[in-house]
Design a protein around this ligand. Structure first.
Ligand SMILES: *[C@@H]1O[C@H](CO)[C@@H](O)[C@H](O)[C@H]1NC(C)=O
Ligand SMILES: *[C@@H]1O[C@H](CO)[C@@H](O)[C@H](O)[C@H]1NC(C)=O
Ligand SMILES: *[C@@H]1O[C@H](CO)[C@@H](O)[C@H](O)[C@H]1NC(C)=O
Ligand SMILES: *[C@@H]1O[C@H](CO)[C@@H](O)[C@H](O)[C@H]1NC(C)=O
Ligand SMILES: *[C@@H]1O[C@H](CO)[C@@H](O)[C@H](O)[C@H]1NC(C)=O
Ligand SMILES: CC(=O)N[C@H]1CO[C@H](CO)[C@@H](O)[C@@H]1O
Length: 268
């Protein structure tokens, strides 16, 4: 099931549907090889994305959203991962975070981390970015934080997204394994047309478009938009939502879509 359109969002958030826990079979080696139905992304390994957080809601056993560890006790994610609407937060006790694994923690749970508090950044308009303070620190052996990039960004940089997002256009099921895909910054008319909050890519909202047939809308909401600078990952933004560029609208994932992100440096 896909989340309904939030009042302020002009596109559909990338929240993953819940998974049927009883239907997962096989061992990880076998499953990993077979799990190649992702929308043109590729397998990602935890050693390359050691800051990845999985956000799971206990009440509906759903790998709901992604996030990025930015200090040993702090995770950056999307606001719509933590609330239905302004003032209607999901209960903190219902949210658990998992680190240090590229397997979907719904099926392969390791140590859960509890939420101490959440912080939002709304001003006169709603901002789809939030911080989670954890009750206890994540040890270095489990996960290492990613640094937020403070410089300007441009189209010649290498950008990537990673997450456990939907694995096909027809099912909204999350992936069993962490996946990644390259994305390209865009400043096309579609970026403005689909989101009035987009100004340019060195502002609060960033826009990317599908590179050829590679899906740009592949990660869960809340997950990272990463740049690779001199081989090192830096955090640029938080995955917010995707939208079809076709008229009438086609699928909002894969070809002919734009994806929006909230730029981390303006908030943290
Ligand atoms: C999980 O439950 C909440 C209500 O507590 C609901 O808003 C949300 O859509 C559910 N998610 C899924 C994937 O079922
Ligand atoms: C979930 O699993 C149960 C038991 O195998 C099955 O009856 C049900 O149809 C499944 N539901 C979905 C949505 O796959
Ligand atoms: C698990 O994977 C191993 C190694 O590939 C294989 O030998 C074994 O048969 C698999 N077990 C199951 C239950 O699929
Ligand atoms: C793009 O940004 C990178 C990293 O800051 C910088 O090295 C490069 O010179 C910039 N390129 C352009 C065309 O501005
Ligand atoms: C995935 O890539 C293939 C081959 O380039 C393309 O035909 C297909 O449309 C792509 N899938 C999506 C959902 O964009
Ligand atoms: C990967 C992903 O979650 N893509 C989503 C983009 O938005 C549409 C509309 O909500 C979903 O159908 C896709 O699953």
């Amino acid at each position: 099931m896909i989340f309904t359109i939030s009042k302020i969002l002009f596109f559909l958030p990338l929240i993953a549907s819940s998974k049927n826990l009883t239907t997962t079979t096989g061992n990880s080696t076998t499953a990993r090889v077979l799990n190649v139905r992702i929308i043109n992304g590729s397998d990602a390994y935890i050693k390359d994305f050691p800051y990845i957080a999985q956000i799971i809601r206990l009440s509906n056993k759903s790998n709901f959203c992604g996030g990025s560890l930015i200090s040993d006790k702090t995770v950056l994610t999307a606001a719509h991962c933590l609330r239905e609407d302004i003032g209607k937060n999901f209960p903190i006790g219902d949210i658990k975070l998992y680190f240090g694994t590229d397997k979907n923690a719904v099926d392969y749970p390791n140590t859960p981390y509890d939420v101490e508090k959440v912080t939002f950044f709304d001003t006169h308009i709603e901002k789809d970015i939030a911080l989670i303070q954890l009750k206890k620190a994540v040890p270095k052996e489990v996960a290492t934080p990613i640094q937020i990039y403070n410089g300007n960004i441009n189209e010649s940089m290498d950008f990537m997204i990673a997450g456990f997002g939907a694995v096909s256009l027809t099912t909204h099921k999350p992936s069993d394994y962490l996946m990644k895909a390259k994305v390209d910054l865009s400043s096309s008319n579609y970026c403005k047309r689909n989101n009035i909050n987009w100004v340019n890519n060195n502002n609060e909202v960033i826009c990317t478009e599908a590179n050829k047939d590679i899906s740009v809308c592949f990660g869960d909401s809340g997950g990272p938009l990463i740049a690779k600078i001199n081989g090192k990952h830096v955090l640029i933004g938080v995955i917010e939502g995707n939208k079809s560029t076709l008229n009438p609208p086609g699928p909002s994932c894969g070809k002919n879509t734009v994806t929006y992100y909230m730029r981390a440096k303006y908030f943290v």
